[in-house]
Design a protein around this ligand. Sequence first.
Ligand SMILES: Nc1ncnc2c1ncn2[C@@H]1O[C@H](COP(=O)(O)OP(=O)(O)O)[C@@H](O)[C@H]1O
Ligand SMILES: [Mg+2]
Length: 473
Amino acid sequence: MIPPAAAKTFDELTLGHGVGLEDLIDRDALSEMVKSFYELLGVPLRIFSEDGKLLADAADQNPLYAYLNSAKAGRVALSDIAGKVKNLALGEDGLASYPCPTGESYVVAAIQYDGKRMGRMILGPFVSPSDAVPTRVLLTLDPALEASRLQELFLELPRAESEAVLKLVRHLQRTLDLLLFSGHRALLTSNMHLASVRESFRELEDKNDKLQTAFDRLKELDRLKSNFLATVSHELRTPLTSIIGYSEMLVEGLAGEMTAEQREFVQTIRDKGEQLLQLIKGLLDLSKLESGTMSLRKSQTDILTVLRDVAQTMSPTARKKEVEIIVDVERGLPLMWADSERLRQVFLNLTENAIKFTPPSGRVTLSARITAVDASNPEEAGGLVILSARRTAIEFRVADTGIGIPEAERSRVFDAFYQVDSSSTREAGGTGLGLSIVRRLIDGHDGTVRITDNTPKGAVFVVTIPVKRATIG
Ligand SMILES: Nc1ncnc2c1ncn2[C@@H]1O[C@H](COP(=O)(O)OP(=O)(O)O)[C@@H](O)[C@H]1O
Ligand SMILES: [Mg+2]
């Protein structure tokens, strides 16, 4: 079935219905044409649409008709003529003429286009040059009308041979045909354009609806996932705390002495339990960060203290791997407006990675120096719109001499659970949550993080965080 919109277009294209003369020809153009024909021949000319609307008119009220209008019988005769002429049945050739009882004549011709009647043109009144005398009907119409005056005015009517009028009609028809053709072409073009715009609009709307539905669904799924993650993590943490606590008590011999082998097994249970707990904490952090329910407790923070603390915490791990940790902080750095606990978490994560992916006798350097962020560059400014163009910031670098991160992987490592080499034989361990938490915590400080190469080898994580909170002005 053709949808209604398409059916309408189809009709418009084929002149199916509802397309009239006035849709195809500009009214002003029609009036111009009618006027120039009138000037040329002097015979009044009017054009009507198929439903009887007057579209163009070139004639002055002729003095005879004006005089007839002044008497009652004259008025009746005139309206009778008007009605007859307007509704004259046209012949096969689309022509008809009407000799009025009062002596003057009219010629009526159909306006056709593409086999369809679009309207009619009416020429007249005019008298044949040979008819010099008005009819008796005219002279005896009304006692109130003087015969001599009627005679005089009758002679003033436009004079034309029927032949000439018919020739004029054919000429007019040809001209109208041309006008209709170009009008039709313009209408077709604009309708076709409209139809195609309508169609693409409909398609776009359709796609938009589908996208919106898919988006809503994904959002809902994402919310469910976050909820699920939060609930499951929470529920796992409680029993896990017991597992770790009891295995600790066993290791310490609170339930009696154990053989070395038993102690080793229980120790493994404890270690793995601890690992699991870290994972669950990470999941909880991530779901809080994703749902925006993690609040940062910011205060004036000393960066040197944070970095030293991180290095100290990580030093046993580093020593075990024979990796050296160096803290290199520029002197006289200002205090920073930050959540020191979360900042510590950021650098613990980065340092842990750095050590993890660096082979023995390598080096990890934690450094900080003052710099400026260009606030007019949203990428650097962490998406904030700030009025002052440049702000002081601290640039942190966690550099290692390890395996490095290939260029193509640098944006993906911040995705949750993403690991560059996730094969099961991978010895580094971990879950792939660390960097996604790091990124979100840095976002929470209006900062940015990027990865570059270290020379000759290794990776550098560059974290830039504004010193002050965003202020206006
Ligand atoms: N310093 C680094 N050197 C090389 N690769 C790294 C480094 N830091 C992170 N990566 C890569 O990014 C991945 C994601 O890191 P992360 O989110 O901390 O997860 P995880 O440490 O649990 O694997 C790591 O698995 C590793 O492939
Ligand atoms: Mg990690």
